[in-house]
Design a protein around this ligand. Structure first.
Ligand code: SF4
Length: 341
């Protein structure tokens, strides 16, 4: 079976019914649902958390006043096409805008898709020159789109070019591929992307424990066995994972697959995605509940990407309160204790 790429294909699978507003929603972002993700959908569950992430909804046509076309301000921080330079010691490099699936809540939903601009050879050269000329750049984060959608040879050449830049100590790839299209993780790919000098890390985007199928776990095991440290990125999404039991299972499943939970992202102010958003207060409640249930190994940091390109900040919850002569410490179970300030 192939990836489903149209409303008609989703209709044939019984995942949507014909609807003019749905056609409008589908026009605002490409559709892609891989066989692996299709196979995980529970057709009997109208609110299935896997389907909710990839199947268009009429709710996408509702644009809230506070929503933005560039919610995390990539453009404001892009000195050269394909580069986002927000912090002195690291840059994002976006070589392509194609993904194996298209997530309806995507923070780059207005950029990703088959028509999205991949960097030309000249543009990629200019982006690499930007990195070479700035000795302060220690970490390069390959994102997009999904870098693991590149042919292994091309991705290998890109990693080799970064590896040849002596001040680049860490190359990080952010990808949904090991989860949603695990057959792309092959020995050929692993051989091609292995840097000779720099350290390679991989950030895996995963929002629900059910996404960690047997095939996905096998792909993650191949990456881990190849010596690539794995970190997990999750978006907090209403109707997908905004309850403590679901997050608990996801974080445990990630750690069991040798993926260290890294960030729990508060959902960005993406146009047409208010049906995915939860309040920060609710996110903090969930994080507090996780603190009481999971070991530190399974704790992600809850972060907000400040709109306008101002970067990420941890958004709690806070465990310290004020008192004139002592700090008040709130424990994970809700009790408050005094501690000398
Ligand atoms: S894989 Fe990542 S970049 Fe691509 S649509 Fe999903 S969230 Fe967006």
């Amino acid at each position: 079976m192939q990836t489903l790429r149209s409303l008609e294909a989703l209709e044939r699978e019984g995942l949507v019914a014909p609807d003019l507003r749905l056609a409008e929603a589908a026009q605002s972002m490409a559709i892609a649902l891989t066989p692996e993700m299709l196979g995980l959908i529970d057709r009997a569950d109208a609110g299935d958390p896997i389907a909710r992430q990839f199947v268009p909804s009429v709710l996408e046509t509702e644009i809230a006043a506070e929503e933005l076309s560039d919610p995390i301000g990539d453009e404001a921080r892009s000195p050269v096409k394909g580069i986002v330079h927000r912090y002195p010691d690291r840059v994002l490099l976006k070589p392509l805008h194609v993904c194996p699936v298209y997530c309806r809540f995507c923070f780059r939903r207005e950029k990703v898709g088959p028509g999205g601009e991949a960097l030309s050879a000249d543009e990629l050269d200019r982006a690499l020159a930007y990195i070479r000329e700035r000795r302060e750049i220690w970490e390069v984060i390959l994102t997009g789109g999904d870098p693991l959608m590149m042919a292994p040879r091309r991705l290998g050449e890109l990693i080799a070019a970064l590896d040849a830049t002596e001040h680049v100590g860490v190359i990080r790839i952010h990808s949904r591929v090991p989860i949603v299209d695990p057959s792309r993780i092959t020995a050929e790919l692993l051989e091609a992307i292995k840097p000779r000098r720099a350290t390679l890390w991989l950030g895996v985007h995963c929002n629900h424990a059910r996404e960690l199928s047997l095939a996905a776990r096998a792909a993650l095991a191949m990456l881990a066995d190849a010596g690539i440290p794995l970190i997990g990125q999750t978006v907090l999404l209403a109707g997908v994972n905004d309850d403590v039991e679901t997050l608990d299972q996801l974080m445990r499943a990630l750690v069991s697959a040798r993926v260290k939970p890294y960030y729990l992202h508060h959902p960005d102010l993406v146009r047409g995605t208010s049906h995915f958003r939860v309040s920060i207060r609710r996110g903090q409640e969930l994080m507090r509940a996780l603190r009481g249930r999971l070991s530190g190994l399974a704790q992600p940091t809850y972060v907000l990407d400040v709109p306008g390109g101002h970067g990420k900040v941890p958004i709690g919850p806070a465990y310290l309160g004020d008192d004139p002569d002592a700090l008040l410490v709130r424990d994970a179970f809700g009790q408050t204790h005094r501690y000398p300030g």
